[in-house]
Design a protein around this ligand. Structure first.
Ligand SMILES: [Zn+2]
Length: 73
């Protein structure tokens, strides 16, 4: 399991509040099969050059990962 080692934590809290809110609101939960349920405890990290926001679904509390593409870093 080397994947975990390659995760480089980024500072989600350093993003502007408005941006943070957007990431928290715009989610897709593959467990609930619903979008925009919301996220708790968001964490940001980089893996293989891709930025991810990971948190827990507000509804089912399972892990939800959002991949950031074409976003400014
Ligand atoms: Zn869910």
């Amino acid at each position: 399991m080397t994947e975990k080692d390659e995760r480089k934590p980024r500072d989600f809290a350093a993003r502007p509040a408005k941006e943070q809110q957007e990431f928290i609101d715009n989610t897709w939960c593959e467990h609930c099969l619903k979008e925009n349920l919301g996220l708790v405890e968001p964490e940001e990290y980089e893996l293989s050059g891709v930025i991810f926001i990971e948190g827990k679904c507000k509804q089912c509390a399972k892990i939800v990962v959002t991949e950031l593409t074409d976003e400014e870093f």
